[in-house]
Design a protein around this ligand. Structure first.
Ligand SMILES: *[C@@H]1O[C@H](CO)[C@@H](O)[C@H](O)[C@H]1NC(C)=O
Ligand SMILES: *[C@@H]1O[C@H](CO)[C@@H](O)[C@H](O)[C@H]1NC(C)=O
Length: 270
C-alpha cells in the first residue's frame, strides 16, 4: 500500500516536472506599461534602426541603416518632430571629412562617448568611423586594413568583419566591439578627455546640441540655486533624494511633464 502511494506520488511529481520542462514558453505578464507610437517614418522616408540620446543633452540621434544616414531631433519626440540630417546623404559609400557630406555603408549601430562623439559600426566598410565636430574620420579598420580578418594591433591596420556592433564602456574609457562573425569581443581604448562627464568640448561651435545642453544646464543650475536654501534649512545638508523630490514639486517650467523630466535628468549630468 505504502509503495503504491509512493509510486503514485513519484509519477505525479515526474509528470509535473516533465510538463514544466516541455513547456514551450513561460509568460509572466507584468502590467503597468503603455506603448505609443511617437514617430512615423513613412512620410519623411526614414527607417529608424538605432536610437540613442546624446549624453547631457536633449538630442536624440537616429540611425537609418537602410539609407546609411544619421538624423538628430530634440526630445521629446512627437508626430510634429522634424528629424534633421546629421551625416550621410542617403547613398552608400566611404567618404570621410565634412560631417554633412560624409558617406557610410549600411552602418548597423553606433555608440556615443560622454563628449557626444559618435562611433559608427560601419558594417560593409569593415570600419569604425568617428563623427565629431571636426568631421568624420576612420579610427579603426577600413581603408588601410585587410577585409574581414581578425587582426588586432594599431587600430587603423586592424580588421573587422562586416557583422559587428560597438558599445561605449565608460568604466574602461573604451569601445567594445562585438564581432558576431568572428565570435570575438575586441576593445579599442578611447581618448581620456572623451570619457569625462561634462567636459567642455569644441563641439559647441559647430553643432547645435551644445546650445541645448548649455541652456538646460543653466536652467538646471538656476532651479538648483532657487531650491538650495530651502534644502539646507530643512535637511542641514544636500541629500540627493529630497533634492530631486523638491525639484519635482517645483512649478512646471515648460508646461510639459516630459520636458521637465528631461531637465531633471540633465541636471544630474551637468
Ligand atoms: C531611403 O531609401 C529608400 C529606399 O531606397 C528611398 O525610397 C527613400 O527615399 C530614402 N529616404 C531618404 C530620406 O532619402
Ligand atoms: C598600416 O597600414 C599602412 C597603410 O597600408 C602601412 O603603411 C603601415 O605600415 C601599416 N602599419 C602597420 C603597423 O602594419
Amino acid at each position: 500500500m505504502a509503495s503504491l502511494s509512493t509510486v503514485l506520488t513519484l509519477t505525479l511529481i515526474l509528470s509535473f516536472l516533465s510538463l514544466r520542462v516541455n513547456a514551450k514558453q513561460v509568460i509572466i505578464p507584468e502590467d503597468g506599461y503603455t506603448v505609443s507610437t511617437i514617430f512615423d517614418g513613412h512620410k519623411p522616408h526614414i527607417y529608424p534602426f538605432t536610437l540613442l540620446q546624446r549624453p547631457s543633452s536633449s538630442d536624440l540621434i537616429l540611425l537609418d541603416s537602410v539609407n546609411s544616414t544619421f538624423y538628430t531631433a530634440q526630445l521629446p519626440i512627437s508626430q510634429e518632430t522634424v528629424f534633421t540630417r546629421l551625416s550621410g546623404d542617403g547613398s552608400v559609400g566611404y567618404f570621410d571629412g565634412d560631417v554633412g557630406s560624409a558617406r557610410f555603408s549600411k552602418p548597423r549601430s553606433f555608440a556615443l562617448d560622454f563628449k557626444g562623439n559618435l562611433y559608427v559600426a560601419d558594417k560593409t566598410n569593415n570600419a569604425i568611423r568617428k563623427i565629431s565636430a571636426k568631421g568624420v574620420t576612420t579610427i579603426a579598420g577600413g581603408g588601410f586594413s585587410e577585409k574581414s580578418s581578425t587582426k588586432d594591433g594599431p587600430a587603423l591596420n586592424a580588421s573587422f568583419s562586416d557583422d559587428f556592433d560597438v558599445t561605449f564602456i565608460p568604466g574602461l574609457c573604451a569601445l567594445l566591439v562585438s564581432d558576431h562573425m568572428h565570435q570575438l569581443v575586441r576593445q579599442i581604448n578611447l581618448k581620456e578627455e572623451d570619457c569625462t562627464l561634462g567636459s567642455k568640448s569644441g563641439l559647441g561651435a559647430v553643432m547645435t546640441w551644445t546650445l541645448a545642453l548649455g541652456l538646460s544646464c543653466l536652467l538646471g543650475l538656476i532651479i538648483g540655486f532657487a531650491v538650495r536654501p530651502y534644502i539646507i534649512r530643512n535637511t542641514e545638508r544636500l541629500q540627493p533624494l529630497p533634492f530631486h523630490r523638491d525639484m519635482e514639486a517645483l512649478p512646471n517650467q515648460s508646461g510639459e511633464a516630459s520636458d521637465d523630466a528631461l531637465l531633471r535628468r540633465e541636471k544630474r549630468n551637468c
